[in-house]
Design a protein around this ligand. Structure first.
Ligand code: 13P
Ligand code: SF4
Length: 317
């Protein structure tokens, strides 16, 4: 199946017939991003899913994102074009592991990144995203212990920003972002001294970027630690003519659309998420034709998970 005009027409017609809204994450292949009704970061898409009038959501992204949409809109049908599209970060902690960790720290407040399964969210006090993790942790009284999971690099960022020493960080990581390393970033930054650096906090290189700023290799104002959605906003605002982007390479497509005059370059061109790329034109077509793969979350887990997502929404954006 090729993403040509006939494909696009069939996708649109089937979506209309199913009363479906098509959502695509910023890491999807360009053809999927372009056919979607909305493209964005994981949280923005879940919110659109919850507020849209459509009775069916087709979530072109990974499984935890489609699950979050289902948690926020339990009465809607949520489809993911390939249910095998997982996430190495969400897989790095299970509900049982989190329960065991909590038992070792009674009374601690659990903060989990949205890149987690519904089961983990159900064991969580407050969810967070890459753009609000610092605010979420700041909202917790300073004398209360915090368990932060599952991403160690986002955790390190939060710890640095809040200066908190009673925060315990789970040692999980995303294999794609962990692979974008400091030496590679340092080399790119040195070769492009006027470029802005847009860095996703899941990157292993986020600490190195701040180090480069600290030692004066890069102007501190040029280092921006951002979620994928915030990268699009920053692209519209920056005066830089070149931007080095440290995240999954699918992101470059939305950035170029938002600011065509800027030269966006991936810090690591091999940083491609194989799970995101499972959502192919053929998979989307099959999903719409067959009404598959449907995402289910049992009602009790969904209700508990929803409470942690809602607490986050009440704290900030
Ligand atoms: P965002 O929430 O920033 O879209 O990131 C999701 C993700 O999977 C990052 O790898
Ligand atoms: Fe998960 Fe990493 Fe892929 Fe994002 S890029 S979906 S965190 S495996």
């Amino acid at each position: 199946v090729e993403a040509n005009a006939a494909w696009a027409e069939e996708v649109r017609a089937l979506a209309r017939k199913r009363d479906a809204v098509l959502l695509a994450h910023n890491y999807q292949i360009p053809e999927i991003q372009d056919i979607a009704d909305f493209t964005g970061d994981s949280l923005a898409l879940s919110r659109i899913a919850a507020s849209s009038d459509a009775s069916t959501i087709v979530f072109c992204g990974v499984h935890f994102m489609a699950e979050t949409a289902k948690i926020l809109a339990p009465h809607k049908t949520v489809l993911i074009p390939d249910a095998r599209a997982g996430c190495s970060l969400a897989d790095s902690i299970t509900g049982a592991q989190l329960r065991e960790w909590k038992a070792q720290h009674p009374g601690a407040v659990v903060v989990s990144y949205v890149n987690t399964t519904a089961e983990v969210k159900a064991e969580t006090d407050i969810c967070c995203t890459s753009s609000n993790a610092v605010d979420v942790v700041r909202s917790i009284p300073a004398d209360q212990e915090v368990l932060f999971c599952p991403d160690q690099f986002l955790g390190a960022h939060v710890k640095r920003e809040t200066g908190r020493d009673n925060i315990h960080i789970w040692a999980g990581e995303c294999h794609v972002h962990a692979g974008i390393n400091g030496p590679e970033l340092a080399e790119r930054a040195a070769a492009n001294p006027d470029a802005d650096l847009f860095i996703h906090p899941e990157c292993g290189c986020a600490t190195s970027a701040l180090y480069l700023a600290g030692e004066g290799t890069v102007a501190p104002a040029r280092v921006k630690i951002l979620s994928t959605g915030d990268m699009v906003t920053a692209a519209r605002d920056t005066k830089a003519s070149t931007v080095l982007v440290a995240t999954e390479i699918g992101m470059i497509h939305q950035l170029r659309k938002a600011a065509p005059e800027i030269d966006f370059r991936a810090v690591n061109e091999r940083a491609s998420c194989r799970y995101m790329k499972m959502i192919t034109p053929a998979a989307l077509l099959r999903s719409l034709r067959e009404g598959a793969d449907e995402v289910h979350v049992d009602l009790e887990t969904a209700a508990r998970a929803k409470a942690s997502v809602q607490r986050m929404i009440e704290i900030g954006k």
